[in-house]
Design a protein around this ligand. Structure first.
Ligand code: AMP
Ligand code: MG
Length: 275
């Protein structure tokens, strides 16, 4: 099946709309053949129904785990994606992990330690809200380690993810692509709405000043770490409804591709008698 939005392994993409490596489908404003949220409702409902059934198969089979990695600039919609994409699935089979500034416990170990510890068990869907990619993003932009150190990490991350995949984990990575103007609007709406104040900090405003540095860091992540075993997808994310649709569709298609069946029972169920 065609995989729109994928960053072709070994290829080169640009996030800057004017470059020749830019794919218009990656544009923050892109909404494919849809014009408005209402156009997607029926299809999204169908996808959610499929997802619930597939999650049950995933859990029953216990052979695979699914790891969904969400990355993007502040306000890009990572929390909203988790809320909407996972709406309706069985919470028992799903686990969300937030990657914050490393604690002492974490920073005194290698940067992949906390990621590895947080990967989902077989049968479950795990979501990383930020991830080990912060160690080649914020860490690079703010010179938290030397270039010679973060440069090695692309290969280390590819190897780590390959190991996960070879051991039964499906890895899906989504970069939620919003425009700088959209971020301005979202930050302003957080400032103007007292019920959203809890969502905003000085750091969000400060980080915005590093926008171009982050875009460069993200381009390198997408070009170095989209692999055959764990591809990156660039998701147009200015329109929340389209973002939710595309990600839900990709998760459902990935689960479908596993061709899962309910496992055979251990005993002959037809002979079981309930007294
Ligand atoms: P939030 O996602 O808004 O809760 O913010 C979490 C913050 O933790 C973001 O500013 C991240 O950049 C930061 N963060 C996450 N991982 C790391 C890391 N490995 N090193 C430094 N900062 C990090
Ligand atoms: Mg934040």
């Amino acid at each position: 099946m065609a995989q729109p939005f994928i960053v072709k392994p070994g290829g080169k993409i640009s996030l800057n709309g004017s470059g020749e490596d830019f794919n218009p489908e990656h544009s923050p404003e892109y909404t494919g053949s849809y014009r408005k949220k209402g156009d997607t409702k029926k299809y999204l409902k169908k996808l959610h129904k499929q997802m619930l059934r597939l999650q049950e198969l995933l859990y029953a089979g216990g052979e695979h785990a699914v790891l969904i990695i969400l990355q993007g600039m502040d306000t890009c919609g990572k929390d909203g994606t988790i809320r909407k994409v996972m709406a309706g699935i069985n919470v028992q089979g799903c686990n969300v992990v937030n990657f914050k500034v490393p604690t002492i416990d974490e920073s005194s170990r290698d940067y992949l330690w906390r990621a590895h510890k947080a990967v989902p068990q077989r049968g479950k869907i795990g979501i990383f809200n930020r991830s080990h990619y912060e160690d080649v993003l914020v860490v690079r932009v703010h010179d938290l380690v030397q270039k010679s150190v973060w440069k090695q990490r692309y290969q280390q991350i590819n190897d780590f993810e390959k190991m996960l995949v070879e051991n039964g984990t499906i890895v899906l990575k989504f970069f939620l692509n919003i425009s700088k103007d959209e971020q301005k609007e979202r930050l302003e709406s957080r400032i103007n709405d007292p019920t959203k104040h809890w969502k905003i900090t000085d750091a969000d405003i400060r980080e915005r000043a590093y926008w171009d540095d982050y875009m460069e860091a993200y381009e390198d992540v997408l070009n170095n770490c989209s692999t055959d075993w764990a591809p990156w997808y660039v998701i147009p994310a200015n329109k929340k409804w389209y973002r939710n649709l595309v990600i839900t569709e990709r998760v459902v298609n990935t689960l479908e591709d596993l061709n899962m069946k309910f496992p055979e029972p251990d005993s002959d169920v037809s002979k079981l008698i309930v007294e």
